[in-house]
Design a protein around this ligand. Structure first.
Ligand code: GRF
Length: 202
């Protein structure tokens, strides 16, 4: 079976991207990262891509008239590659209809909370402020809503007394680095079926 061809979308540090790269290197993930797309020219994740000689495409959304034109520019670069799956890894921009229509059920995201709790920014801070005893991370398909697409897999993490945003984020991130590659591998092997909001893993 040929490798799953991935485009990574990121805006920042890229630790999830790096974890995926490492899992590909150690052959626990049958995938190939074709390219990295970023809306932030200063994203540290772009340096990781350069280290691995992975093509990067950076776009400034502000330079485009609207999201449609921005995403059409992304699509024209993606068309240079045989992309099976878009993996959002800290991509801090809502995906619009242009990309969603071109990659229906082929865009996934990871979010640092147990969705549907604590959508949006600073999910770990939201969880601490709310006072939950369990948080975690969620891998989900991307749809037009904010962090609202069908849930593929979740991992729970204890919230401990005295946790700060930093300590909780670190504990969750450790799990993110494992579960994201696991889900991508399931996708690569065709084990994920989407039926409305219900994901069946076989
Ligand atoms: C992660 O916490 C992820 O869940 C969220 O953004 C963060 C990205 O971190 N969507 P990194 O850039 O992968 O280190």
């Amino acid at each position: 079976m040929s490798k799953l061809k991935i485009a990574i979308f990121l805006s920042g540090r890229g630790s999830n991207f790096e974890a995926i790269l490492k899992n590909i290197e150690t052959k626990s993930l049958d995938a190939k990262i074709e390219c990295v797309v970023s809306n932030n020219p200063n994203a540290a994740g772009l340096n990781i891509a350069s280290t691995y000689n992975i093509p990067t495409y950076t776009f400034s959304p502000k330079k485009f008239k609207n999201t449609e034109e921005y995403e059409e520019a992304i699509l024209s670069k993606l068309s240079n590659h045989p992309i099976d799956l878009i993996v959002c890894a800290g991509y801090m921009k809502l995906i619009g209809p242009t990309l969603l229509n071109a990659f229906t059920n082929k865009i996934i995201n990871i979010h640092p909370s147990l969705l549907p709790s604590f959508k949006g920014l600073n999910a770990q801070k939201q969880a601490l402020e709310y006072g939950v005893k369990l948080s975690g991370c969620t891998v989900h398909f991307v749809d037009s809503s904010l962090d609202g697409g069908a849930i593929i897999r979740q991992v729970s993490v204890d919230v401990k007394e005295g946790d700060t945003e930093e300590t909780l984020s670190k504990r969750i991130l450790k799990q993110e680095h494992i579960v994201y590659s696991n889900v991508i591998q399931l996708f690569a092997k065709g084990h994920i079926t989407i039926k409305n909001r219900n994901i069946i893993i076989n």
